[in-house]
Design a protein around this ligand. Structure first.
Ligand code: KMH
Ligand code: ZN
Length: 271
């Protein structure tokens, strides 16, 4: 089995300091958290920027600062969001791509997202894929529902995504596909045979689905974007708490953990 790639989703767009007092918000806080996660065993950090007031922002200057603060500390793979927050425009969401990161997310369809709708039209997905192809950015294909796998395959058949595709099964978002083991098994069974995948279980689905990711040969995403509790009623003190637990579990289950350099090779990220 391939080595395990651990992604830390450090901040997200929805979680607040009221819900998680240790949520990193400023570029320096995000970079310190990225370093702690890298030291714990993460090879990728998924990044959302916030303003000084804690509002989600897609401003390129914020991403530039975050990237430079992280790069000054460690060689982790930086994966900015193009999902942003549900109210960001398509144009705002594309901003981080102008920095030519090694990776970025590409959400593969529209779904309910709590009380909101997370909109990803076919023309927008096409535009994102074209831009990432052009800039040699490896897309992580965010899948919240079964039909989104097909949307990704369609983009690949149109020549807009390079194989092997890399998916993130985001399961347990209220309004989209639940985060049960059966759902994950079914979704993984629908992926192209040469694809790589990671799993991001939301809330209490994070830990059981992460364990499945380890034993099924997938990869794992953890972090405050998806879940703030280490166990029922106990808030994590840092994103690194989650990473450390995955490293412990992977060791127990006999799955070695990838360094960022090994993750670059597994995901065929540009040199
Ligand atoms: N904040 C969600 C609406 C991504 O980062 O690509 C979208 C999201 C997905 O977080
Ligand atoms: Zn995100």
């Amino acid at each position: 089995m391939e080595k395990l790639i651990i992604t830390a989703a450090l901040t997200g767009a929805e979680v607040t300091r009221e819900q998680q007092p240790n949520l990193p918000l400023t570029p320096v806080e995000i970079a310190e958290e990225a370093l702690a996660c890298y030291q714990a065993g993460a090879s990728i950090v998924h990044v959302h920027a916030r303003t000084a007031q804690g509002e989600p922002t897609q401003a390129i200057e914020m991403y530039r600062e975050i990237v430079s603060e992280i790069q000054a500390r460690c060689p982790v793979i930086i994966q900015p969001t193009t999902g942003g927050a549900v109210w960001h425009t398509f144009e705002q969401r594309m901003q981080p791509l102008l920095l030519k990161p090694e990776m970025a997310t590409l959400s593969c369809g529209t779904c309910n997202f709590g009380d909101d709708v997370f909109v990803n039209t076919a023309p927008f997905m096409k535009e994102l894929a074209e831009k990432m192809l052009d800039l040699e950015i490896k897309p992580e294909l965010e899948v919240f529902e079964r039909g989104m796998i097909q949307n990704a395959i369609r983009l690949q058949r149109q020549g807009l995504l390079k194989t092997p595709l890399h998916f993130d099964m985001v399961l347990g978002v209220p309004g989209a596909c639940p985060g049960t083991p059966e759902d994950l098994m079914y979704m993984v069974g629908q992926l192209p045979k040469d694809a790589t995948w990671t799993v991001a279980g939301i809330g209490r689905a994070q830990l059981p689905l992460a364990v499945m990711g380890i034993i099924l040969g997938g990869h794992v995403r953890v972090g405050f974007e998806d879940n703030v509790y280490l166990e029922k009623g106990v808030l994590a003190t840092s994103n690194a708490d989650f990473v450390k637990r995955i490293v412990r579990l992977a060791k127990e289950l006999g799955r070695p953990v990838a360094t960022p350099e090994e993750a670059r090779q597994i995901l065929q990220i540009r040199e």
